[in-house]
Design a protein around this ligand. Structure first.
Ligand code: BT5
Length: 340
């Protein structure tokens, strides 16, 4: 992708770096000969050595054995554009990703890139946000580089109804995909935009759309995921309500592999919505993943508060509450809290 001027530093990987890393990652425990690498890149063996030295300065490490070649023995445990691209390619994710070590908000940067004529779809991925945003002007704590902050911008140019359930589907696909990384944990979605585990929030989604007459011009889907961070170090106000995947899994996860899996899931949810190909019914897909079903919850809708038992969502994506008088109330927007 071409770069566009922004006040934040964009970190990219050269094609050569990507080719070297791809060969070494594909080889796993095996060695890759220096002559193969120099042939692939069309450069001399000493030039390959120079490129490996450069990668070493970024946290990679290699074992070099005479007559056998090179083997990758360490990868950095931070986001890295070439590693992200490698994992995306393995999954068949085609969205180009821009990586910023620090950004104000990945949603903001996606908007800026678009206003500088970058064509969607593209993704903005970061290790730290200085002004991470939640819904309704709330804050998303984004200081830890062990977490993930990313946004994907699409240019749908279609009537809004077709993307009415996009965030819910994105949540479903992301939740399922993340579950494969943490098989022992029970990942759930709390309507409408939170990902939960063991009653605590580990991720939040924020979708922002720009309309033009009766069409959606751009839609920016943002997600923050607490990945490898330690919840004990979270700010006081979220310490009791937030968790991370590391905390529930007991082991660190590969940031680049997870970021690629999330991008893949968002792409899949978007394509399904656009093509009207959501083979499963929304309410059925949602049911097994819901953090609320069967629980007593309070919904705040503007200045009204209602308490009832959550009983799934309807086909429009509204949360259904069974009220004490036996009636059912559909909650279309707002915040819900679980009653203790
Ligand atoms: C959300 O809002 O949950 C949407 C969060 C979206 C963040 C992503 S990061 C990438 C992209 N760029 C952005 O600027 N934003 C998106 P909401 O439902 O309003 O929840 C916000 C509330 O969650 C806060 O008021 C806190 O109570 C809690 N919270 C804040 N940071 C958290 C964290 N890191 N982990 C768990 N809970 C958090």
């Amino acid at each position: 992708m071409n770069t566009i001027d922004t006040e934040y530093r964009l970190e990219s990987s050269s094609e050569d770096e990507y080719v070297i890393l791809k060969e070494l990652l594909d080889a796993g425990e095996s060695f890759v000969s220096g002559s193969l690498l120099s042939e692939l890149l069309g450069v001399s063996r000493p030039a390959i050595w120079g490129k490996l030295e450069k990668l070493k300065s970024k946290g990679f490490d290699f074992e070099a054995v005479r007559n056998r070649g090179y083997r990758l023995i360490e990868v950095p445990d931070v986001l890295h554009p070439a590693l992200l691209r490698y994992h995306q390619a393995k999954l068949g994710s085609t969205i180009g990703a821009l990586y910023f070590p620090v950004i104000d908000s990945t949603n903001n940067e996606a908007e800026r890139q678009y206003s500088h004529r970058r064509k969607g779809p593209f993704a903005v991925v970061s290790s730290c946000q200085t002004q991470g945003r939640g819904r309704l002007g709330r804050n998303w704590h984004s200081a830890s580089a062990e977490n993930l902050y990313l946004s994907v911008l699409f240019e749908p140019n279609i009537p809004p109804q077709q993307l009415q359930h996009f965030t819910l589907w994105a949540g479903i696909h992301i939740c399922r995909k993340l579950q494969s990384f943490v098989p022992g944990a029970d990942l759930r979605i709390k309507w409408p935009n939170d990902l939960f585990c063991e009653g605590r929030k580990f991720a939040g989604m924020l979708t922002e759309a720009r309309m033009d007459a009766d069409r959606i011009n751009t839609i920016i889907f943002g997600i923050g995921i607490n990945l490898n961070s330690n919840p004990m170090q979270y700010p006081e106000e979220i310490r009791r309500t937030a968790t991370s995947l590391h905390a529930v899994h007991g082991k660190a996860l590969d940031l680049n592999a997870v970021a690629a899996a999330v991008l893949y899931s968002v792409e899949k949810a978007y394509n399904n919505c656009i093509k009207g190909e959501t083979k499963e019914a929304l309410s059925q897909a949602w049911g097994p993943l819901s953090a609320l079903d069967g629980k007593t919850v309070t919904a705040i809708m503007g200045d009204r508060e209602i308490t009832g038992t959550a009983s799934g969502i309807d086909e429009s994506g509204a949360l259904l509450l069974q009220l004490p008088d036996g009636s059912t109330q559909a909650v279309r927007a707002g915040d819900v809290t679980l009653k203790k």
